[in-house]
Write a protein that binds this ligand. Structure first.
Ligand SMILES: Cc1ncc(COP(=O)(O)O)c(C=O)c1O
Length: 421
């Protein structure tokens, strides 16, 4: 359920006309519904009520300060993957005791800053990383709590680029090595290894890959404890799939119902790291038709948003519904279009061979389900300023990120004198 709906053929975000926002703010723009965002967070919270987990919103899906701040206010923690995300988390006053930090490649500076902040967990993905954290703790007079990210060797049944739990993926550590690490915790003087982390992939629509992964780590948890070690936390990652087109993903409560019987036996504090489930359908990208063009073999709608603004179609062949902001009558002629951006790449498309009502120059289109991995993956490619972000809260819209200017494009660039002579 989201709050982007037609009223009298005009698309609204909650109670605000999207056409009005597009005209006043300009396009392209990302538009978020606060109500949708919070309701998706609450759906997970409610579904897992009996286990009372720490729900750490995955910032990589959307790290806009206002989006994250809205979720913090609702009680969420944060899942971070970089020093930059830590910086943003601190900027919005996140409780460090609700921050977990995963990444296969954390630098010494990033680790030191996370130690200074006093985060809840480092989700550690290799032995060299453990050694480095221990060394930095010794140097800084700190202790760190560690969860080992286990790679359970499970296929998540999703796009290969967002599968993260098979043996060929770069993520995590195998079960035998994990057991050895727990048994040798004493070798590391400044870290407490007291958690297990798994994250098997993203946009997973069914429970069984999660069940498989939890079943795979259950004997590991038992073996770790049997050897006299502590495990207090289990983080089962994110990955819950959403509806982009006609998927029928499990609901949060279906998911909770499926995994709770296994989890409740483990006697651990549960951590969840949902990203897409919370932010995905809370946001759309609004774009404007620049030209409609017919080639010898195809029809193109050329719009003002490109692959630099929304990368998912080009990167994964991902599907996003495209809706007119003002809907014509049912008699409006339809045709198959490639919806493409202005970028100099044939891979710059938002949709291929999509049957759409014929649009005219200046019409606004809504690229749906763009709240996750939308703006957060955008770039300045082709020297295009990144777009504005807007949020509707209680019947009013707020610009939560200004559109970049050409000055922003050259911020930080320096031309050596030798080139100016
Ligand atoms: C470690 C980790 N946790 C959580 C997530 C969030 O995944 P999703 O947005 O599918 O919920 C990701 C995404 O790749 C991840 O790598």
């Amino acid at each position: 359920m989201h709050h982007f709906k037609y009223k009298n053929s005009r698309l609204y975000c909650e109670s605000v006309s999207i056409e009005k926002i597009a005209k006043e703010v300009g396009t392209p723009l990302y538009l978020y519904s606060y109500k949708t965002l919070i309701s998706h967070y609450r759906k997970i919270k409610e579904a897992f009520k009996s286990l009372n987990p720490i729900i750490c919103f995955s910032m990589k899906s959307n790290s806009n300060l206002s989006v994250c701040r809205a979720l913090l206010k609702a009680g969420a923690g944060l899942d971070i993957v970089s020093g930059g995300e830590l910086f943003k988390a601190k900027r919005i006053g996140a409780n460090p005791k609700k921050i977990v930090y995963a990444s296969v490649g954390k630098t010494a500076v990033e680790i030191s800053n996370a130690l200074k902040a006093g985060i809840l967990f480092f989700n550690v993905e290799s032995i060299p990383e453990l050694v480095l954290i221990d060394k930095l703790c010794a140097h800084m007079g700190k202790r760190a709590t560690i969860a080992i990210r286990v790679n359970p060797g499970v296929k998540a049944k999703t796009h290969r680029y967002i599968t993260t739990g098979t043996r060929n993926d770069k993520f995590g550590i195998d079960e035998d090595t994990t057991l050895r690490i727990f048994n040798e915790n004493a070798k590391f003087k400044y870290i407490d290894i007291i958690g297990i982390h798994i994250h098997i992939g993203s946009q997973i629509t069914q429970a069984y890959p999660f069940l498989k992964a939890i079943r795979k780590i259950t004997p590991l948890i038992r073996a770790i404890r049997k050897a006299g070690n502590r495990i207090d936390y289990l983080n089962i990652g994110g990955g819950l799939g959403i509806i982009y087109n006609n998927e029928k993903p499990q609901t949060a409560s279906d998911f909770a119902r499926a995994v709770t019987p296994l989890l409740s036996k483990l006697n651990v504090k549960l951590i969840l790291e949902p990203g897409r489930f919370i932010s995905g359908n809370s946001g759309i990208l609004v774009t404007r038709v620049l030209h409609v063009k017919k080639s010898l073999s195809k029809s193109f709608m050329i719009v003002d948003a490109g692959m630099n603004d929304i990368m998912r179609p080009s990167l994964y062949g991902a599907f996003h519904k495209i809706l007119p902001v003002i809907r014509g009558s049912s008699k409006t002629e339809k045709r198959k279009f490639d919806v493409v951006g202005p970028i100099c790449e044939s891979g710059d498309f938002l949709a291929k061979d999509r049957e759409l009502a014929i649009a005219r120059e200046g019409d606004f289109l809504a690229v749906m389900s763009a709240g996750a991995y939308g703006f957060s993956m955008s770039s300045n490619y082709n020297a295009r300023p990144r777009v504005a972000e807007v949020m509707v809260i209680n019947g009013k819209y707020y610009i939560i990120r200004k559109r970049e200017s050409c000055q922003d494009l050259i911020r930080g660039e320096v031309i050596p004198k030798v080139l100016l002579r």
